[in-house]
Design a protein around this ligand. Structure first.
Ligand SMILES: *[C@@H]1O[C@H](CO)[C@@H](O)[C@H](O)[C@H]1NC(C)=O
Ligand SMILES: *[C@@H]1O[C@H](CO)[C@@H](O)[C@H](O)[C@H]1NC(C)=O
Ligand SMILES: *[C@@H]1O[C@H](CO)[C@@H](O)[C@H](O)[C@H]1NC(C)=O
Ligand SMILES: *[C@@H]1O[C@H](CO)[C@@H](O)[C@H](O)[C@H]1NC(C)=O
Ligand SMILES: *[C@@H]1O[C@H](CO)[C@@H](O)[C@H](O)[C@H]1NC(C)=O
Ligand SMILES: *[C@@H]1O[C@H](CO)[C@@H](O)[C@H](O)[C@H]1NC(C)=O
Ligand SMILES: *[C@@H]1O[C@H](CO)[C@@H](O)[C@H](O)[C@H]1NC(C)=O
Ligand SMILES: *[C@@H]1O[C@H](CO)[C@@H](O)[C@H](O)[C@H]1NC(C)=O
Ligand SMILES: *[C@@H]1O[C@H](CO)[C@@H](O)[C@H](O)[C@H]1NC(C)=O
Ligand SMILES: *[C@@H]1O[C@H](CO)[C@@H](O)[C@H](O)[C@H]1NC(C)=O
Ligand SMILES: *[C@@H]1O[C@H](CO)[C@@H](O)[C@H](O)[C@H]1NC(C)=O
Ligand SMILES: *[C@@H]1O[C@H](CO)[C@@H](O)[C@H](O)[C@H]1NC(C)=O
Length: 545
């Protein structure tokens, strides 16, 4: 019933070197179909510039980035710059039918945006259909030239050295394999050597690994045999450094870690496998890559790391508890301390009637019991130009009917209501949103991504959120700041943000399957008083529907 597509962790590597400055970074992305071979079969996949993963975009904080995307494939598509705040500039955000119509086959669109107040690793991916399976890559933001990193042992300027290889990938649905930089590793058939990603390191050097979970449907554990990792940044925000032997990363999230090549020179496996603590089937096979010390023969068999078991809820909870904002004078955590608007959204799976389906029903998903219906023109255009009849602004602030959200499984009356319903938020107001998992059909963990903003993850718990007791336990001092957060299986997550970015901003589960089923909505954030607090005019080449 549930098809699991293969998933990817993309890794790029940086060495400590100086580099030249440039204020405008221009890229040409040609979306092309390319035949590739993996796991003993060849198949066409959609790529950017014929590469999988796609090219890494490099910029410094303060740079302007212009990426001209030309679509040579047969699919209409658009690209989302995942985590880039896009101040007043939703036109460059990318989700199809939310901020733009897709780029039609044969056409181009230039994404033009500034990088402000962000540094670290973000990424980009197609934001339509399931094309992001192969259309994705890293977006690396370095600090302005001469600005040091805030960690004493990491104070040189970093120049990122692209180390992805021009490898080609694995077609969706050909096999359930996870990959690291497009390669599943030697534990899979036909995957020796050229289908294994090897990262060569020199003994005594320190490396920064930028890890992106580009998986369609799985939260992942990641570990390196024999080597601890120091986590220094998540979702392009510095965090309080901590050392760990494994990390957890949800689809959409990024994590930067420091790794010291100071162990016995040899070959060590880097490995990734899903975390799943709900009764939902997953592809639990392990994808591997190799950390290879320079000069060590490639005939030596690498050691496997010890990954947490797939259902290790305790490891996941303990890991998430360690994530804290850096919160220094230079990098403060500006957590909203007061709340203008309290929102409580339930996450539900369901079943709606479907005449053409085998059983007469179709699986669906909803927020506050509303299954989102995609419009046929971009919501931002409809908002900006005042086009009527495209969406309603009556998304409820809380469920219409309260129930025991995480009690016994609810399997009766799984119907949902459908609509393109958005929530209107006043400019610069502070918002608290509690995302509550439910046991409609089954509990499950859901990674939620909000476009246009970073938010602070102020609280998390198992069971039903208790508005009387739980807020007292919120971390309002140094909570992690991110753009994607996992809602725990059968639990809740509370986030806060200041709505200072006007526009139409998508929020959705980053499990592609659930997005497809309707687990999504959007916020319409009003303009403020002046032109500097208002949505910019659309660019001339904005695609038409
Ligand atoms: C891919 O291979 C198929 C069969 O070998 C061929 O028909 C097709 O033209 C190729 N496509 C591309 C984009 O090379
Ligand atoms: C984008 O690329 C297309 C195809 O090469 C080209 O025709 C178009 O002028 C480019 N647009 C910009 C703004 O550079
Ligand atoms: C692409 O969009 C155009 C215009 O909306 C539409 O006519 C066409 O059918 C779409 N193509 C595909 C493959 O969906
Ligand atoms: C980017 O920054 C430049 C210079 O500050 C400004 O002129 C331009 O309007 C900004 N563009 C966007 C899309 O915000
Ligand atoms: C996906 O795999 C299933 C099972 O092998 C197969 O029936 C189906 O045709 C495949 N779909 C595509 C799009 O390749
Ligand atoms: C990794 O860290 C743990 C504790 O955090 C420590 O016990 C272990 O020795 C470290 N391993 C290595 C290889 O440094
Ligand atoms: C992975 O799944 C298979 C089949 O569901 C199961 O037999 C195996 O024990 C699982 N492996 C782990 C490590 O949980
Ligand atoms: C985790 O999975 C293992 C193997 O399937 C099982 O024995 C164990 O009871 C599970 N643990 C929890 C906490 O569910
Ligand atoms: C459809 O019905 C069959 C037979 O009753 C059942 O095995 C299957 O799980 C059902 N599928 C769904 C999607 O409910
Ligand atoms: C909710 O359901 C759980 C599990 O069935 C039960 O333990 C709990 O008492 C219920 N809560 C309420 C308020 O009914
Ligand atoms: C969701 O809405 C449907 C259709 O209005 C209704 O039948 C169902 O009871 C609602 N479910 C919940 C959990 O509120
Ligand atoms: C938003 O509100 C904060 C707190 O009141 C204020 O400091 C800030 O200047 C406001 N921002 C804008 C753009 O109005």
């Amino acid at each position: 019933m549930i098809v699991f597509y293969f998933t990817i962790v993309a890794i790029s590597v940086s060495l400590l070197l100086p580099s030249a400055e440039a204020a405008v970074k221009k890229y040409q992305f040609d979306v092309v179909v390319k035949n590739v071979s993996r796991l003993c079969h060849a198949k066409p996949i959609v790529t950017v510039n014929g590469r999988y993963p796609g090219p890494t975009v490099y910029a410094r904080e303060g740079d302007r980035v212009i990426i001209n995307v030309t679509n040579h494939a047969q699919y209409n598509m658009s690209i989302h710059w995942h985590g880039v705040k896009q101040l007043r500039n939703g036109w460059a955000d990318g989700p199809a039918y939310i901020t733009q119509c897709p780029i039609q086959s044969g056409n181009s669109y230039s994404y033009d945006f500034n990088i402000t107040g962000q540094r670290g690793t973000l990424w980009w991916h197609a934001h339509i259909l399931w094309l992001r399976a192969t259309v994705h890559g890293a977006l690396v933001i370095m600090p302005p030239l001469g600005v040091p990193y805030p960690f004493p042992w990491w104070n040189a300027d970093v120049e990122s050295i692209e180390n992805q290889g021009n490898t080609l990938g694995l077609p969706p649905n050909m096999s359930d394999a996870h990959t690291i930089n497009g390669k599943p590793g030697p534990l899979f058939p036909c995957s020796q050597d050229k289908h294994t990603y090897a990262l060569e390191v020199e003994w005594g050097k320190t490396y920064l690994l930028r890890i992106v979970n580009a998986a369609l449907n799985d939260e992942l554990f990641f570990a390196i045999a024999g080597h601890n990792m120091t986590v220094v940044e998540i979702d392009a925000v510095y965090c309080k450094p901590f050392t760990t032997d494994a990390l957890l990363i949800a689809p959409g999230q990024t994590t930067n870690v420091i790794v010291r090549a100071n162990r016995a020179p040899g070959r060590y496996f880097m490995a990734t496998r899903p975390f799943m603590d709900a009764p939902v089937p997953v592809d639990n096979k392990t994808a591997t890559a190799i950390l290879q010390y320079k000069g060590v023969p490639t005939t030596i068999l690498p050691l496997l790391p010890r990954l947490p078991t797939p259902n290790d809820t305790d490891f996941a909870g303990a890991y998430l508890d360690k994530l804290r904002s850096l919160n220094t004078p230079q990098f403060p955590a500006n957590v909203p301390l007061t709340v203008d608007r309290r929102l409580f959204y339930t996450i539900g799976l369901g079943m709606n009637p479907c005449a053409s389906c085998v059983n007469g029903t179709r699986l669906t998903a909803s927020l506050n019991n509303i299954t989102f219906v995609m419009p046929t023109i971009g919501l931002l255009q409809a908002h900006y130009f005042g086009i009527k009849g495209v969406f309603r602004l009556d998304f409820p602030d809380k469920p219409v009917t309260a129930f025991n959200y995480t009690g016994a499984p609810l399997t009766a009356n799984l119907g949902t209501s459908k609509g393109t319903r958005l929530s209107k938020v006043a400019f610069n107001s502070t918002v608290e949103l509690v995302l509550q998992d439910t046991n409609l059909l089954t509990v499950e963990s859901h990674p939620f991504h909000l476009h246009g903003y970073n938010f602070f993850v102020v609280g998390r718990g198992i069971g039903n959120f208790d508005p009387a007791k739980d807020p007292a336990k919120f971390n309002l001092v140094d909570p992690p700041e991110r753009n994607t957060v996992g809602v725990p299986t059968g639990g809740w997550t509370a986030i806060r943000f200041r709505a200072d970015n006007p526009g139409v901003w998508f929020m959705h589960c980053h499990l592609e399957l659930h997005t497809t089923w309707g687990l999504k909505m959007a916020f319409v954030v009003d303009n403020g008083d002046g032109p500097e607090q208002s949505v910019l005019p659309p660019p001339k080449d904005l695609p038409l529907c």
